[in-house]
Design a protein around this ligand. Sequence first.
Ligand SMILES: Nc1ncnc2c1ncn2[C@@H]1O[C@H](COP(=O)(O)OP(=O)(O)OP(=O)(O)O)[C@@H](O)[C@H]1O
Length: 303
Amino acid sequence: MLELHGISRSFGDRLVLDDVSFTVGRGRLTGFVGGNGAGKTTAMRIILGVLAAHAGTVTVDGTPVAGVQRARFGYMPEERGLYPKMQLVEHLTYLARLHGFDKQGATQRAEALVERLGLASRAKDPVENLSLGNQQRAQVAAALVHDPEILILDEPFSGLDPMAVEVVQGVLAERAEQGAPVLFSSHQLDVVERLCDDLVIIAGGKVRAAGTREDLRQRFGQARHEIVAPGDMGWLRDVPGVRVDELAGGSAVFEAADDVAQQVLTSALARGPVLAFTPLRPTLAEIFRDVVADEPEMEEVAR
Ligand SMILES: Nc1ncnc2c1ncn2[C@@H]1O[C@H](COP(=O)(O)OP(=O)(O)OP(=O)(O)O)[C@@H](O)[C@H]1O
């Protein structure tokens, strides 16, 4: 597994990563979320060794990562870096050659990736002629070209249409299933929520929460319930421990601890039939807002 232990980094006198520790397990898709300037790219660049940490270490399976081992990493950087004039399949072949594949192996690898990422009809196009979304798919292909053991991707879903999101999602999930630790940053919380096994939430250079999706749902986010019953449910507002979020003819959504919610159900049943009573799980967007609520810099967070 990939681990960050107490990573700190400053630019000038500005501390942008403050004692950051988290784990990306083998076979786990880990989403890295945080507002603009939270420190995600800086942390990823430190993992890749393109930027030095001022404190802390990065380890893989307990061993500090040194230069040569980083060849095992696949990295999709935030600033995209393919040669615009080069044909797509040629470009990927070239990258595979740089990673030590022989000519035939490199060509096979490039063609397989082009196919897998839904770019076969564009294989002979210069990279600059691809649409932005297809260039993005090409960047994902470039990160995978040497069959990396660990994948680090900075915003791999930005600018992708829903079909492309599905394709890239599938590719990342495959890599994870094959046992790779996969870390990716994203502002698309719905995608992260759907895809991730684990999450790391960073704000102001500090890890605010990390764990499995279920774990975070339990620890953060308000316990909410929806109740559907005929008649006026205005009485809910007077129940101690209940905060009504929505109240409209025949249905209400409220926040309350589980035991209070059960009392609400009992009271509702005493008044008449209850058509539905449903616990609502907090979304990642709600958890995110909860976790970073005390962070003044978080106004630019993706909506
Ligand atoms: N080379 C640099 N020199 C000075 N400051 C930097 C440098 N790189 C990053 N920073 C600062 O570090 C902070 C964290 O930036 P970083 O790019 O890691 O955030 P991020 O979470 O990836 O943001 P975004 O979601 O907007 O990409 C920002 O305040 C940024 O301005």
